[in-house]
Each structure stands twice: as C-alpha cells, then as structure tokens.
Write a new protein. Structure first.
Length: 179
C-alpha cells in the first residue's frame, strides 16, 4: 500500500548555488519510481507516494548528484510523522500570533545529550527552542535573519538538519493530505 512521504533537501537554490529547478527534482523523483510527486516552492520540498522508501534518502541524493553535480542532504518523513511534528509544536500560540517567528528544523539524526547540553548552556537572547521527536522547534521573535540560534544550531548539535518556517510546514502538510 502506497503511503505519502515528504523529502526535504537542504541547501538548494540558495544564493544562486546548488541550482535544482523543482520540475527537474520532480523528474528525478519519478525516475526513482516515486508516484504522485509534487513540489512546494523552490527550496527542495517534495511530497510523493511510495510503497517502500528504504534507502531513499541516499538514492535521491545520488540521483541529484548525477544529474546536477552536487549531493544535497535529504531528510525524509512520512505524512503521519509530519502531522505529529506539527501537532507537537510548543510554540502554537506564537505561530498563531506571528507565524513568521516559528521555524521547525527537521533532524537527520538524534543529537547527543552532550550537544544538547552545550546548546542549553548558551544565551540566545529572546530566541527560544525545544527539541521534539525528529525536530527542533524555534521561536525567533526578532526574525530568522538576526537569530544567532538559527545560524548556529546545526553546528552546535552536530547533526544534519534543515529548517522550514511555520507557513511552509503547514503548506506541505496540506499538499501531503491532497496528494
């Protein structure tokens, strides 16, 4: 039975580097046997259906490398996992008041406790964060561009991750529900 999944690519179409048009991403995904492929905006968000996603992150990254000459990190979630991540956001009130201030960084691995302790020991001013299952939630009241937390979290936690703003999280969920 086919299930709906979301693949997030990190670091594509940023400042003119690692260019990957979404139509090309869709074609690459379909070439790997993924069904009902849809993309959302130009930052590497792919929603699709598949029976088996074993090893898909590596296969998709390798196929992009063959086609485009770079290998982006790929993070995969089922639609059910995506909905759980959204449902467990500790900053729902902030997302309702100022959705641009809430971001979710999806994790490729679970951070080690010593790295979480390092993150906890730092002062990020008004920025707040909380770790959830497979994600770190950020509330950045002064904006992501000014945030020391957003700019250093991957380096501190030492795990692959990619962030999406709250509006994008919700839009991807809706796309997945309609896939």
């Amino acid at each position: 039975m086919e299930r709906t999944y979301i693949a997030l690519l990190r670091g594509i179409n940023v400042s003119g580097t690692n260019k990957l048009p979404m139509m090309q991403l869709k074609a690459i995904a379909e070439g790997l046997g993924l069904d009902h492929c849809h993309t959302y905006i130009q930052s590497g968000n792919l929603v699709f259906k598949a029976d088996d996603v074993g090893g898909l992150e590596a296969r998709l990254a390798a196929a992009i490398e063959i086609e485009c000459g770079f290998r982006p990190p790929v993070i995969l979630r089922s639609l059910a996992q995506w909905k759980e991540i959204i449902a467990h956001c500790p900053f729902m009130a902030e997302a309702g008041d100022a959705p641009a201030s809430v971001h979710v960084y999806l994790l490729g691995e679970t951070p080690q406790q010593k790295h979480l302790d390092d993150l906890t020991s730092r002062n990020f001013g008004t920025d707040r964060w909380q770790v959830g299952e497979g994600a770190v939630y950020l509330h950045l009241p002064d904006g992501v561009g000014r945030s020391k937390l957003a700019n250093s979290i991957e380096r501190i936690l030492k795990v692959p991750m990619t962030g999406r703003n709250w509006q994008t999280m919700q839009a991807i969920e809706a796309l997945g529900e309609n896939a």
